[in-house]
Design a protein around this ligand. Structure first.
Ligand SMILES: [Mg+2]
Length: 110
């Protein structure tokens, strides 16, 4: 973790608390889950490439959306097979989802 970056804002902590509550609900409903990853392969590498290009194009044209960003990150998860890199990509998906929630919450406050 980068020590120069502040750990978290109060709003981020609130959203992560909601995520923790949802995780508890999932465990209560389904119990511990240990599925195979099911990631990797040429198709998902292609999807990751396409979503990355779409995200870059939307960003360059000033029309980026949260959906584009989450699509790109989720596609990177689906393409990855190395466990350490897969874990990193999943953290990125979770972080983008939290950032998106924070943005929705800011809209409702204005
Ligand atoms: Mg990523």
């Amino acid at each position: 973790m980068d020590e120069d970056i502040p750990l978290m804002k109060d709003h981020t902590a609130e959203v992560l608390s909601e995520v923790m509550q949802e995780r508890a609900r999932q465990d209560a409903k389904w119990g511990e889950q240990n599925h195979p990853d099911g990631t990797g392969g040429q198709f998902f590498k292609y999807v990751a490439k396409i979503t990355r290009e779409a995200c870059d194009a939307q960003s360059a044209s000033g029309q980026i959306t949260w959906r584009h960003i989450l699509d790109e990150e989720a596609a990177e998860v689906c393409a990855e097979t190395d466990p350490a890199k897969l874990r990193e990509e999943l953290v990125q998906v979770a972080a983008v989802a939290v950032a998106w929630i924070e943005a929705i919450d800011r809209r409702s406050k204005t």
